[in-house]
Write a protein that binds this ligand. Structure first.
Ligand SMILES: [Zn+2]
Length: 653
């Protein structure tokens, strides 16, 4: 058994306040690590020549380090002490007689977990606190302060840009900073590169006091960003970053929360190791993708869960099944919205032929699904094409109707194997006579790895969900000696019931009785449903393959291959067993009595032999009973008489 313990939390600052149950970061007692109160000061010093008129009465909170007694660090123990004290009538006041509880607003729900501490478990995050925080603050000061300030770099900007362009960045650099003159628009990862690698450039422009101060931040954070940190190094980091805050050379009015919290990085590094291990850099972009996939303002949770489900399915199928090379561009399109199909569709209606053509690049043309422009599901509008021009991300998915059910997502079951995949020659017994029944006949695995297998002797079919060795469903009752089964994409199970009852039955999910979908007068040794929703049955005893249109309830079986007489010419079959139909509706038949695999193109009654002793370069077969194609079009054959399974590859059999 795998146990998971939550030991720490890494968030941006506002989210942290919420989880930790503290005031917002810029409020009184807003620091997540220590109990510093902070003080307010007019924001006027922030004024720039263009903004000064507007800013007159705004106050901001700053967290300058005071001399004397230092604030306590937050912890579970402190919270217990303070909550007990307040319950016993003790009141805490700050200098201006305001009542407070050191910022603790009440219980923190995560702290009920065994390993979460109200102080140390809340980690310092480099993205928001340093690169987009303290360092960005310095960039603001250098570029937006009055030119009279000693630290102003406004005049030097062009030559700084020139110097920075000469720096050789490591090849691992994700994003080389764009021109420095656009300082304030730099992304967090650009700020990171600029601080950690580009900082020496400022030596020629900042007065020594300010350059040394910048070095403290760069050196301290560099230690934190190394892949392993010794205890000595942590102490060095602590000294550097503490001094960065405590000996802040700019006006103390610039020591806002993001500058103050730099002090606490060494503590987090000491507790949890290198900063990059838990920086929000690791998942910020994923969160960005997810949040931009939300278009509504109301059912955000539902929308998010539908999007997640959709992307999981689409991603899984694109990686594990055929057509994946075609599907990947579609998924890319869903992600980026780049395919010039950005028209607006106001309502649910069928897609025009022209639009359909562009989609058919990604799905089988002949499939019987009806693509919809959009549908409403759980109150949300899902559309096949993006519904809004304005967003770059889209909620597009393939929305289709199948047997009157509106479905979304992408389906297909034809596994793709790597050319270097090796099969383990030793099999594991998954089910046997005691767990399944005697004379096992018929097996199917769907795209979710649900396994279906039948027992002829016990007249039943069992179903095992992915990963489970215990069957969760047994289909029986009214079945007599089933030889074969097939599962449709909507989960309906089609089971041969021909030998005694002369029919093929459909079992819907949770059905306790099957419905007849095809009349036959002997057992189907093989069953298959093509992408056009046509059911095929191989009648071994009558040497032929029949099909029936499942969308037409009263449909009568039509002959596809073999004429009923046993024979070995191109149009005849001898005891056909397993069958397979590909997306071009080509039918493959394991022609057992002729020891060959026959292939019939759509609409043709003359087949060609694709495997067997008569076809040079293939392999001799004996009583082949099953045939399957993988996503690459290679054959897998159950070679019963030789007690083996054979497969073809680019090198033949
Ligand atoms: Zn603090």
């Amino acid at each position: 058994m795998l146990r998971t313990y939550l030991i720490a939390v890494s968030n941006d600052k506002p989210a942290n306040s919420l989880v930790q149950n503290l005031p917002e970061p810029n409020a009184l007692f807003g620091c997540s690590k220590c109990e510093i109160a902070g003080e307010t000061t007019p924001a006027k010093v922030y004024a720039t020549p263009t903004k000064s008129a507007k800013i007159k009465t705004t106050y901001i909170r700053i967290f300058p380090t005071s001399t004397g007694r230092q604030p306590e660090m937050r912890s579970n123990a402190r919270w217990y002490d303070i909550s007990h004290a307040t319950q016993n009538g003790i009141r805490f006041f700050i200098n201006d007689h305001k009542l407070h509880t050191y910022g603790y607003l009440g219980e923190c729900e995560l702290c009920e977990l065994a390993f979460i501490d109200r102080g140390s478990s809340f980690m310092s995050d480099t993205l928001h606190s340093v690169y987009h925080g303290a360092f960005k603050k310095l960039l603001h000061l250098w570029t937006e302060s009055s030119k009279k300030q000693p630290w102003s770099l406004t005049k030097a900007l062009p030559s700084i840009a020139g110097d920075l362009a000469k720096i050789l960045y490591p090849t691992t650099t994700v994003r080389v900073p764009r021109t420095i003159t656009k300082f304030l628009k730099l992304k967090a990862n650009e700020c990171r590169v600029l601080l950690l690698i580009g900082y020496p450039v400022f030596k020629n422009y900042l007065p020594e006091l300010y350059y040394k101060h910048l070095q403290k931040l760069a050196f301290g954070i560099s230690i934190g960003e190394s892949s392993s940190i010794s205890l000595e190094k942590v102490e060095e980091m602590e000294l550097l970053l503490k001094s960065f805050v405590d000996d802040f050379p700019y006006n103390k009015r610039y020591i806002v929360q993001t500058v103050h919290c730099v002090k606490h990085f060494a503590t987090t590094a000491k507790d949890f190791g290198p900063l990059s291990n838990y920086s929000t850099f690791n998942y910020e972009s994923v969160i960005g993708c997810l949040s931009s996939s939300i278009h509504g303002t109301k059912r955000i949770g539902t929308e998010l869960s539908i999007n997640l489900e959709l992307f999981t399915k689409a991603y899984y199928i694109s990686k594990h099944h055929s057509l994946s090379s075609e599907l990947e561009p579609f998924i890319e399109y869903v992600k980026t919205g780049k395919m010039h199909l950005n028209k607006q569709y106001p309502s649910s209606e069928f897609i025009s032929t022209q639009e359909l053509n562009s989609l058919y690049k990604f799905i089988p043309r002949e499939s019987n699904i009806k693509l919809m422009k959009s549908v409403v599901r759980n109150g949300l509008v899902l559309s096949t094409f993006k519904s809004s021009k304005s967003s770059t991300f889209t909620n597009a998915c393939i929305v289709y109707k199948y047997q009157n059910f509106t479905k979304y997502g992408i389906w297909y079951n034809r596994p793709m194997f790597s050319s270097c995949a090796l099969w383990n020659p030793d099999a594991t017994t998954f089910a046997d006579q005691s767990t399944l029944g005697s004379y096992t006949h018929g097996i199917f695995i769907d795209i979710y790895n649900t396994l279906y297998a039948g027992s002829w002797g016990n007249s039943l079919v069992k179903v095992w969900p992915n990963g489970s060795s215990t069957a969760t469903r047994t289909i029986q009752g009214g079945l007599s000696g089933p030889y074969s089964l097939f599962v449709a994409m909507n989960g309906d199970v089609y089971i041969d019931n021909g030998e005694s009852n002369g029919q093929v039955d459909k079992w819907t999910l949770n059905a306790t009785i099957g419905t007849r979908v095809m009349n036959i007068n002997k057992a189907c040794f093989g069953l298959f449903i093509d992408t056009n929703n046509t059911l095929y049955c191989s009648l071994a005893d009558f040497n032929k393959v029949l099909k029936v249109d499942l969308t037409n309830v009263s449909g009568t079986p039509v002959m596809v291959a073999g004429n009923g007489s046993s024979g070995s010419t191109s149009s005849l079959l001898h005891s056909p067993w397993g069958i397979y139909v590909d997306t071009d509706f080509t039918l493959y038949v394991a022609d057992a009595g002729n020891n060959r695999i026959q292939c019939f193109k759509f609409g043709e009654l003359n087949g060609t032999t694709v495997a067997g002793a008569t076809v040079p370069g293939t392999i001799p077969l004996s009583d082949p009973s099953g045939v399957v194609l993988d996503g690459n079009g290679y054959l897998f054959i159950m070679d019963t008489g030789h007690n083996r399974i054979v497969a073809s590859s680019s090198a033949g059999f």
